[in-house]
Design a binder for this molecule. Sequence first.
Ligand SMILES: Cc1ncc(C[n+]2csc(CCOP(=O)(O)OP(=O)(O)O)c2C)c(N)n1
Ligand code: SF4
Ligand SMILES: [Mg+2]
Length: 349
Amino acid sequence: MSATPTTPSPAPKTNIIGLTVLDYRGGKSTLCAGCGHNAISERIIDACFEMGVQPEGLVKLSGIGCSSKSPAYFVNRSHGFNAVHGRMPSVASGVALANHKMLMLGVSGDGDTASIGVGQFVHLMRRNLPIIYIIEDNGVYGLTKGQFSATADVGAKLKTGVINDLPPIDTCALAIQLGATFVARSFSGDKKQLLTLLKAAIAHRGTVMIDVISPCVTFNDHEGSTKSYKYLKDHDEPVHDVGFIPRFENIDVDYDPGTTANVRMHDGSSLRLRKLDRDYDARDRVNALKVLAESHDQGEVLTGVLYVNPEAPTFMDVLNVVDEPLGQLPETMVRPPKRVLDEIMEELR
Ligand SMILES: Cc1ncc(C[n+]2csc(CCOP(=O)(O)OP(=O)(O)O)c2C)c(N)n1
Ligand code: SF4
Ligand SMILES: [Mg+2]
């Protein structure tokens, strides 16, 4: 009896560097099923695959929290550093200085960033260090059973009935005010928008800060929560449709010049902002702060690219860092000769 011929399965899709999406996978998530953080990890995998990120050229950084566990769930083949609670920015600064050729991706939580880590966060934002800094924002400390964080809205209610009466820190407004050069807000449930933002973030040179509302299904997804799936679905207000054109794809010019702003990124790719009824220019910093304040007063969650400035010098430009990674320079280049050290000692006499 002859065996029935089997049709070969199609070869998996590969990206510009010949890898499949499986090459960007991480370990199995131990977070709660339905946690917004899991959806964000999936989008990071898709964005790295679609942008052809070299896994070994990626450094994943985080602090402490459910959100900060996420880097274990994407791009296994990269480097990773899980810092102390709220202290990821100083570790990231060290990594950037040691090897600025790496792509740096930080994942933090609203507690890790806006509560214990706010001191480090503000200094990171004012340096324009090349890093993608994602806040997985659920308004609570998920890992320690759901206490309010500093991004919780006034009047938000915990499962236990406790009401928050302190005003929230708007991390996007803070980042814009302090000098971050790509500031966006999104929602873990908005696959298309989040993927587009992450792809644009990978192409940006400078500090990218994306606050992603990411519901905690275990402690903050009930009636009265302002970071729940239902609240976001009812109050999400996109500032524009976001389109991103990577440099290695054909540029399909299907925009209307009267209603679209194109922003050219440093790697030659461009970010396309399609304005809807609101005449929004993401390059206007003062206006970005104004619309954020207005939307907050109206109880809206503005999503999209709120502010972008692709021309600002990065921390590496300001420091005039040599092109070769500092961590790879030979000792002969980093150690001053005895004569120079003797001169310094002489000056100190
Ligand atoms: C120095 C220090 N203080 C407190 C804690 C306890 N702790 C662990 S995670 C966490 C908050 C995490 O909240 P968030 O960053 O919002 O992450 P989520 O779990 O909500 O994703 C706290 C207070 C700690 N680990 N270390
Ligand atoms: S406790 Fe909340 S934040 Fe933590 S994994 Fe579960 S749903 Fe996510
Ligand atoms: Mg949190």
